[in-house]
Design a protein around this ligand. Structure first.
Ligand code: WTA
Length: 650
């Protein structure tokens, strides 16, 4: 992948040096890279000391069964003890663990570490009463409420791996996951709030369980108070079972490799993969990266990951990493526009948030709404702002830095995956001069390379596939019940290297630019191009709020570029002149080869509930096919609107 088009992506020459005061006082300085590369295992061994182990490990890494890793072999540890009890024992019981903000205004709750400990112990005792034993799987299908964290930690405390199913998923998704990991207990709520309205969760559980006869108990939190059907003998209210339990529970230490959770994620085939994470290494990886990447000062910072707990970002950077570090976090139940489009910024000013971590898709939405909304709020407490989930377009990066970060906060663009468990590639806020659009370099202790089709490292200025060449502590330990699929998916493409499925390029300085999933890389007339690159060009036009680009089969050029754009409110409706202007703009920014064959102005883009654009569906439209499976879309009506617009345009 050495095309001129890709080279243009790194024509971006803005650089943002770390602020001097942050750099002087940074948790991690430049020497960490050298220390870690001199002796990687010694580096991770040092990081493991940030946790409390009941029994120390005998060996840092056992890679003899590769690709199945064992970290901190022989060590014994309890995850919940590390996230909660030890902070209380250290005299920090009165410290707030979560400023929880419900979607209805004024529905807020501050939970201290001491309170969290009591809640987790009670819930652990309740699970024991329901007959849950260590290694039994528990499914959690909840809104963003404190009980969700309590439920996860209660499972971890008694060694029962949890599988959290995102509350926006359908009952079918719940069935598939319950079957795949054979969960016997489900924890849910009557419902949660979504855009001002109570939205039911329990009905989806009831429907799902018609096909899951092995589930014997459903523990139900009362959140909205809406009416629910009740199955006697199976369903039990959280407040009836948990609240009356003893707040004493002695945590048992488990083997470092004891399963902590299974998180399902979609692969290239239809069946989701159950990504398995275990205890010791995962806690080391998440707590170190949370402390290093966000320059977390646990005693003073207020930290906010604005993501759902139902995704890995929530697991690693709302629950395990921040709590292991004794952080005070914000946790928000609702959407960014309820009841008004300034809700996030209001939360930041109310709680004096210092660190914000969110997704580019959210940032682009805020751009579309306009800078005047965040500008109304005092966000001077922010110090570091992060991005995760997809490549961040340089324009969105700069807008985020300027408008949200006040021009002073480093942006940490963090690359990682459900599978990696922890952040892998990211700037360090006190060390790295950030480049808009680049995730920069692997963190200390991480080895990543960009390789060509044969698995040979490419040189600077060249592109290829992103691979991870050494094991890392929070890495997945497999796919639940499917060792073959684990080896096949990640370890067969290149020998002895983890294939991430992402395209990447090294710029002339050797910094890494993520180019999207390799299946999103297009080949137009023999030129390889990234959807991201063209999307960035489109978004850099002042009239464009958001863009999605796909490569569709084309009889002349192999593939052709088709773009779908959402215009900014100020840009009007978008007639043919605007479309022409945008095509020319892309040609100017990248080169004629990248000029989209078609650009369609759309009201919304098809996105999964986690905010990823489903380009597959847009490709169906561009190739005049019947649109495929839309069930994982957050709003399934969007594809009808887009297809109808396409017909009108013909
Ligand atoms: C993409 C989310 C570019 C990538 C934590 C990866 C990114 C997939 C970035 C994993 C980033 C995530 N820059 N691309 N900073 N972060 N990705 O499993 O394609 O939901 O393979 O994990 O998101 O998504 P997942």
């Amino acid at each position: 992948m050495t095309s001129e088009a890709i080279d243009n992506l790194s024509r971006e020459d803005r650089r943002f040096e770390p602020p001097a005061d942050l750099a002087a006082d940074a948790n991690v300085k430049a020497d960490a890279y050298e220390t870690a590369s001199a002796d990687r295992l010694a580096f991770w061994e040092e990081q493991a000391k940030r946790l409390d182990w009941e029994t120390p490990w005998e060996q840092v890494l056992d890679w003899s069964g590769a690709p199945f890793a064992k970290w901190f072999v022989g060590g014994r540890i309890n995850a919940a003890y590390n996230c909660v009890d030890r902070h209380v024992e250290a005299g920090k019981g009165d410290k707030v663990a979560f400023h929880w903000v419900g979607e209805p205004e004024d529905d807020t709750r501050d939970i201290t570490y001491a309170e969290l400990k009591d809640e987790v112990c009670k819930a652990a005792n309740a699970l024991l009463e329901l007959g849950v034993q260590s290694s039994d799987r528990v499914a959690i299908y909840m809104p963003m409420i404190p009980e969700t964290v309590v439920a996860m930690l209660a499972c971890a405390r008694i060694g029962a791996p949890h599988t959290v199913v995102f509350g926006g998923f359908s009952s079918q998704a719940l069935i598939d996951r319950i079957h795949d990991c054979d969960a016997r207990v489900v924890i849910t709520a009557d419902g949660g709030y979504r855009r001002g309205e109570p939205a039911g969760l329990k009905p989806a559980v009831d429907t799902a369980l018609e096909q899951c006869p092995d589930v014997r108990s459903v523990l139900v939190v009362r959140r909205t108070g809406q009416d629910v059907d009740w199955t006697e003998g199976r369903d039990v209210w959280w407040h009836e079972l948990v609240d009356g339990q003893s707040a004493e529970h002695t945590p048992e230490a488990f083997d470092s490799e004891h399963p902590l959770y299974v998180m399902y994620t979609s692969g290239t085939t239809g069946k989701p993969k159950g990504i398995l994470h275990t205890t010791g290494g995962y806690l080391v990886g998440t707590s170190y990266t949370h402390w290093a990447v966000f320059d977390l000062k646990p005693d003073t910072d207020v930290y906010w990951t604005a993501a759902d707990i139902g995704w890995v970002t929530g697991h690693s950077y709302i629950v395990y990493g921040p709590l292991a570090n004794g952080t005070t976090s914000v946790m928000y139940e609702g959407t960014p526009d309820t009841p008004h489009k300034g809700r996030w910024w209001e939360i930041i000013s109310t709680y004096k948030v210092n660190i914000l971590y969110c997704a580019p898709t959210a940032i682009r939405t805020f751009m579309k709404w306009g800078a005047e909304i965040p500008e109304k709020y005092d966000m001077s407490t922010l110090r570091v702002i992060g991005s995760v989930g997809e490549p961040i377009n340089p324009e969105a990066y700069v807008w985020y830095r300027e408008t949200i970060g006040g021009g002073r906060c480093p942006v940490v663009d963090t690359w990682w995956q459900t599978e990696t468990g922890q952040i892998m590639i990211s700037p360090l806020p006190g060390v790295t001069a950030g480049k808009p659009g680049s995730a920069m370099t692997p963190l200390p202790g991480i080895e990543a390379k960009v390789v060509d089709d044969e698995g040979n490292p490419v040189g600077n200025g060249h592109g290829g596939y992103l691979v991870l060449t050494e094991p890392w502590p929070a890495m997945l330990r497999g796919i639940w019940n499917d060792d073959e699929r684990f080896k096949e998916t990640y370890w067969s493409r290149f020998k002895d290297m983890y294939f991430a499925g992402d395209g990447a390029k090294l710029d002339d300085d050797g910094d890494i630019w993520l180019l999207g999933r390799v299946d999103d890389v297009m080949n137009v007339s023999g030129h390889r191009m990234s959807t991201t690159e063209i999307e960035s060009a489109l978004v850099s036009h002042p009239k464009v709020a958001e863009a999605a680009v796909v490569g569709a089969n084309d009889p002349d050029t192999g593939q052709a570029v088709h773009a779908y754009v959402i215009l900014r409110e100020s840009a009007g409706d978008g007639g043919p002149e605007v479309v022409q202007e945008l095509r020319d703009h892309v040609a100017n920014e990248i080169g004629k080869i990248a000029r989209p064959k078609s650009i369609m102005v759309v009201p919304e883009l098809p996105k999964t509930r986690s905010g990823k654009i489903m380009r597959r569906l847009l490709r169906d439209v561009a190739e005049n096919r019947e649109v495929g499976d839309v069930t994982t879309l957050a709003d399934t009506s969007i594809m009808d609107k887009i297809s109808a617009g396409m017909q009108d345009a013909k």
